[in-house]
Design a protein around this ligand. Structure first.
Ligand SMILES: Cc1cc2nc3c(=O)[nH]c(=O)nc-3n(C[C@H](O)[C@H](O)[C@H](O)COP(=O)(O)OP(=O)(O)OC[C@H]3O[C@@H](n4cnc5c(N)ncnc54)[C@H](O)[C@@H]3O)c2cc1C
Length: 381
């Protein structure tokens, strides 16, 4: 087989430098590849306050690259509780490490060689042939690679090129989300939520809260943040209005903090006052800039076509109830590194070995997440 540039050292371009792209970049470097990450965004990616439940694959990467251990990788939740309408819960022991998108990004980014990470370089397209891939970038450049990894997220241009008919579909509900700095939360909220993974279930909806690291990855008491997610049904016809920000721009994947229109935030706060258990209503009230993400479904029929493969959200978007999007991206990357290391002189064989199990994992997660989400939001289905 022919491999561009350095014989014996496959050249890999990873499109997308978020968690999936960094994980793939690190694992393929470790497998002996000559890796470049092209990230569309020209500035350091912003975590928007997103909490992430730590799973084994993600922790494995942090340990492997000596980036964090179980004391520094997040905030421990020691109990799980379900509040009743009065706000009373019965905490039961249940250990879970809670982290944040920002902490994971910062750690993985610090481990990946800066000279291989190209910010502000968007992949615009590619041409695949038997020996590799010619990648074109939005700045008009072209690059030759043996393998192109599409880690470019839910709107992946790589996926659109491979499977033009496969598009994310709206599930029928959104996540209202927010964070409150621990220092601003007040003793009453901390008494209920600190150290606990807390839920409140109601008809066709539920809200949850757990503590996550501070904006700079701080895990010490006093510097953490209360992170909440509230799943709320919104008919598809009403989605464009909800997704239109203060600047008048309609977004398809997220209305970021500071952009949700005040009248919509106030309407959701009013629902919170009447429907949520008092501690959750107070939490929503205390959130300066709630934000909205529609819950989407996406599943590709293949993850490897020729010398192009898809990892993370570019391939599957499991519903967030699985708490597995990030770990699935990490798992895709770990398995890809292992497959390439096992077939160092034959990338086609590596991709053939890698794809079936990863497709199976993606499909299982997609099915399971849909079941969990629909059971809560649309019990009649
Ligand atoms: C703001 C935000 C909040 C999230 N919250 C959670 C959460 O709470 N829990 C959870 O488990 N998961 C969450 N996720 C999803 C989780 O982060 C992803 O599952 C995980 O990061 C793996 O995704 P990814 O790297 O495949 O895609 P993404 O994180 O979407 O990253 C895709 C990257 O590709 C870049 N890109 C896009 N197009 C191009 C192109 N043409 N060329 C080059 N680069 C391109 C983007 O700028 C981005 O950096 C969140 C993601 C985001 C972005």
């Amino acid at each position: 087989m022919s491999q561009a540039n350095q014989p014996g050292r496959p050249k890999v371009i990873v499109a997308g430098g978020s968690l999936g792209g960094l994980a793939a970049g690190l694992e393929l470097l470790a497998a002996g590849c000559d890796v470049s990450v092209f990230e569309r965004s020209a500035r350091v990616l912003d975590d928007r306050g997103a909490g992430i439940v730590m799973q084994a694959e993600t922790m494995h990467l942090l340990r492997k690259y000596k980036l964090a251990d179980e004391h520094t990788a997040g905030v421990w939740s020691r109990f799980r509780q379900y509040l009743d309408q009065t706000g009373h819960g019965n905490p039961a022991p249940s250990q879970q490490l809670m982290t944040s998108w920002g902490l994971l990004y910062g750690k993985l980014r610090s481990a990946f060689p800066a000279e291989r990470y190209h910010e502000g370089r968007a992949v615009a397209g590619f041409e695949s042939d038997a020996g590799g891939v010619t990648v074109t970038t939005a700045d008009g450049g072209t690059e030759r690679a043996d393998l192109l990894v599409g880690a470019d997220g839910s709107r992946s241009v790589i996926r659109q090129r491979l499977f033009p008919d496969v598009k994310p579909t709206y599930s029928g509900y959104v996540a209202w989300r927010g964070v409150v700095p621990e220092a601003a939360a007040g003793a009453d909220l901390l008494r209920v939520f600190a150290g606990r993974f807390t839920f409140f279930q109601m008809e066709r909806s539920h809200i949850l809260c757990y503590l996550i690291p501070g904006p700079g990855g701080e895990v010490a008491e006093g510097q953490r943040r209360l992170n909440w997610v509230w799943y709320w049904n919104v008919p598809a016809a009403d989605l464009p209005a909800l997704m239109t920000g203060r600047d008048g721009r309609e977004r398809d994947f997220s209305v970021p903090p500071g952009q949700a229109r005040p009248e919509l935030v106030e309407a959701q706060r009013e629902i919170a006052r009447t429907r949520l258990a008092p501690p959750f209503a107070a939490l929503v009230e205390a959130t300066a800039e709630p934000f909205v993400q529609p819950i989407l479904d996406l599943a590709v029929p293949r993850m490897a076509v020729g010398r192009v493969c898809l990892v993370g959200d570019a391939a599957f978007i499991p519903r967030p109830h699985t708490a597995a999007s990030t770990s699935k991206a990490a798992g895709n990357a770990i398995a890809l590194g292992e497959a390439v290391a096992a077939h160092p002189a034959d990338l086609d064989a590596a991709l053939r070995a890698w794809e079936p199990e990863q497709l199976g994992i993606g499909r299982d997660l997609a099915r399971h997440g849909k079941m969990l989400g629909d059971r809560s939001q649309f019990p009649e289905r």
